[in-house]
Design a protein around this ligand. Sequence first.
Ligand SMILES: C[S@@+](CC[C@H](N)C(=O)[O-])C[C@H]1O[C@@H](n2cnc3c(N)ncnc32)[C@H](O)[C@@H]1O
Length: 440
Amino acid sequence: MTGVQKLENSKRNKIQAYDLAIHDWYQFILGYPPHLVRHYIEKFGVSKYDIVFDPFCGTGTTPVEALKNGISSYGLEANPIATFASKVKTYTDYDPDLLLEYLAYIRRSMESSYSNYGIVEPQADLFSYKARFCTIKVKDIINLTESQLQVIPKGFISPKPLLKVLIIKEIIRSIENKDARDFFLLALAKFIVKEAGNVRFGPEVGRTKPKSDIESIHSFTTIAEIMINDVQKTKLTGQAQIMQGDARSLDKYMTRELVRGINCVITSPPYPNEKDYTRSTRLESVLLDFIRNKRELRGIKENLLRSNSRNVFVSDNDSRYISSFSSITSIAQEVENRRLALNKTSGFERHYNKIILHYFGGLYRHLKTLRPYLARNCKLAYVVGDQMSFFRVLIPTAELLGEIAESLGYRIKEIELWRTRAATATKMQINENVLILEKK
Ligand SMILES: C[S@@+](CC[C@H](N)C(=O)[O-])C[C@H]1O[C@@H](n2cnc3c(N)ncnc32)[C@H](O)[C@@H]1O
């Protein structure tokens, strides 16, 4: 029995303290833990000469864990801030001394800029040490535009914390070294989520009680110091290349090296569960300029697998790829029948059956476009959850995905139970599985 299976169910999806380094710089609520990646690296016998690929890499758990194990990897992700996080986390050439110097510069600049704004911080330690610094003035602050404000859910951040975030952002932007700049921008993303914003992550993303003000100098510095400490103590070996794009059309992004053959895929596509993945990263995406208006938000959603009613569009047609799979079409039909029986008429509910069809159609496209890049005997692990979000009709995701995979030249090796969890609506225990495939 490997380490991962010894963990009890409640801990299986939790990152363990010894795994926090780098992974914890910025994480997705819906990500999987590093020990799961390690488990499949071991189980598949992946060696340092192999290439691991994660086509839905989120905030980079697979590529980071591969590098921690001396294995090169590739990642693809459609959400720009998650792609950015994966890139920053897999950069292997940071100079910790330089980062510490920049951190002193940021801290001193925060103190100086705050005093310029008349902001008094509870724990500010004004000018107590030597460092170069800049003072951000009112004219330097690039305030949020109306179009940006429109895409931030109401109440996600209060005015004083927002001003502090904007000041820190301008200070970081004045750093000339791009890798260091990106490093601190990721620290700021974490600071926005953990400290500045009024955002709560439950099963759904929601609002906390508004924080009218926050301490920021000490808390931002602490986040950055922990990250620098991780750089000092963590050895990453190999290379990672992270791309932004849509895993349903890999041909647009694949590079020559990848064409040589991927030996292992460890990944987790979104689940068909009514969760809007862009909402859980929305605040920091807008504040750090990854999304500037509704049009850009829509562009991102169009590149995602259809998994919820907020990212289904009139022109969608992924459903046509699975029209001959009666196991899938019959589930979609059952959802629609239940909607009619329950007399549910909202626009969202009318989409539920289509989501299921487009979702599996999108995964069909993904597996089809992936296959030519795989080395012989490539092993693949797809972590997917069964779902009951649409009028409580059970969607056995791993089984259905396996059926699609078999039709495209993959062999199902096994479906491993990863863990069980309570369905949001019914509290019934449903399975989260790992579908293990092999290229035929
Ligand atoms: C379950 S999360 C993966 C989390 C990841 N394993 C981690 O630990 O951070 C699924 C990811 O797939 C991304 N995604 C959804 N549709 C995509 C697509 N068509 N192409 C690439 N990425 C996509 C989402 O933005 C999300 O980051």
